[in-house]
Write a protein that binds this ligand. Sequence first.
Ligand code: NAG
Ligand code: NAG
Ligand code: NAG
Length: 545
Amino acid sequence: MNPIRLLTSSELCLCTCFLLVLIYRGWSQLFYDWTVSYSQLAPLGVDKQVIVINGMFPGPVLYASTNDVVNVNIHNNLTEPFLMTWNGVQMRKNSWQDGVQETNCPILPGQNWTYSFQLKDQIGSFFYFPSLLLHKAAGGYGAIHLNNLPIIPIPFPQPYKDYAVLIGDWFNADYRDLRASLENGVFLPHPDGILINGLGPNQARFEFEPSATYMLRISNVGLKTSLNFRIEDHPMLLVETEGSYLIQQYYDSLDIHVGQSYSVLVTAKNQANGKSYYMVASSRFTILEHSGIGVIHYPDAAGDPVGPLPLGPGLSNYNFSIEQARSMRWDLIASAARPNPQGSYHYGTIPITRTLILENNVMVIGSKRRFTINGISFMHSDTPLKLLDYFQLNEESKYAAAAALPSSATSVVDAFYRDFFHIVFQNPLLEVQSWHIDGYNFFVVGMGWGLWDESKKAGYNIVDAVSRSTVQVYPLSWTAILMELDNLGTWNLRSQNAENWYLGQELYIRVKGVWNWLDEQSDISARDEAPIPDNVIKCGRAADL
Ligand SMILES: *[C@@H]1O[C@H](CO)[C@@H](O)[C@H](O)[C@H]1NC(C)=O
Ligand SMILES: *[C@@H]1O[C@H](CO)[C@@H](O)[C@H](O)[C@H]1NC(C)=O
Ligand SMILES: *[C@@H]1O[C@H](CO)[C@@H](O)[C@H](O)[C@H]1NC(C)=O
């Protein structure tokens, strides 16, 4: 096939979609009211204080469509400060709503705060989770389903029904104890098991009608474990990941790394013959294999599935995983919302403004083990960066590169709107890494063993690489991404592995407007970034301003 022709037709299609959107203007205001509180649950038979939303674990599904304005009023009924973040959701020029420690002051116990953000031209399966204080180890997460505008066709027949499938490792220990050991430099233990939709073995049930096609919206919401997902005797047609429609291919099983989301179509059997079937999410690259088990249940099925679990690729087959990652291709001609609609799908031809090589590691800093990026472990400022910038309280020198490494610092990468970044994640360790950038999708153009060097660029996929927001890096390997900085704001780049993130493996990319870059005031006037919210919570040095 000729890539030039494909690009041209996708361009035409894109213009048509924009016109339709302009005519249709079909966005709405959505309102959600959530109370976050503790509940005593025992998904693996051991009692634990779990974070629930409106009494539910996992929390309610957040449904929205392309361009909708989403308002979520969160009441914090915990005993600790709280923030929710929206993994993979690209809020328009509005990092004020991102819900991470350097964009928002926390919602204090007994208080409430309303997030309000407009979605970009985005579809797909995503999830939300608590971002502070290792709350994620106590749950507090839920699915986000972003649908297309009704007027824009989807590249497959409308599924009969959607199911959220949240899979993740689970630790029976209290999240405060896990947090305390991390702070002492003791890493998380092995997980106690894998949950499916917050439930232990055989508890998560999915009802299938014969011959109907279901969309499973799967996210790995766990703390640190890569998972292999499969359904006994039911192949999965992979159609979407993190906002990109993919060239449709069948998979018997899918590797899903921490923080990643996939949508698959599964067609029920014509006749189930009285059987029900296993759904399995099993750990990858761990010493012991743990499996979360769900049940696909047909109307005539007698009981739970019996017999051995369907086999996966095994614990340590990296080739399977990397080959599978390389097999995924962006569907260039699907007429649908695009992750980066303003033309960056020509990404292979856009000149790179900056290359960043980010190497993860674990180092001793101040006698504690910390996770680092290029020798720097992130140190939170006493006041969120967004507020320091807004009120001009920043002491720039504090953010200068540290002199001696390793060290702790509040790392910020400054960039201008429309810069085009090339980021190489280099992993010198034996554990799989998972990286995420808020506010953006990026193109995953290459992955390989060993050290990255300039010669690797020749092998990049510059035509139909997947555009997504969370990407894995295999042991002793590199992963390269390209991204257009077309969303103003201060955005978190982090390890999705909760212990790495908690112990400093993150930085922020501060994307500023360029229109009046000679004007000293341009940073705070930021006329194309959303204004500071009326209801902004102030804390730290901004508390009384
Ligand atoms: C919040 O917590 C308090 C104390 O545990 C409880 O009495 C109250 O009912 C809770 N409110 C909500 C809305 O959950
Ligand atoms: C808190 O919740 C109330 C309604 O329960 C709402 O009127 C108010 O705007 C919320 N406050 C914030 C800061 O969002
Ligand atoms: C994985 O792939 C590499 C390179 O293609 C090969 O040398 C190695 O034998 C493979 N390992 C397995 C277990 O298949």
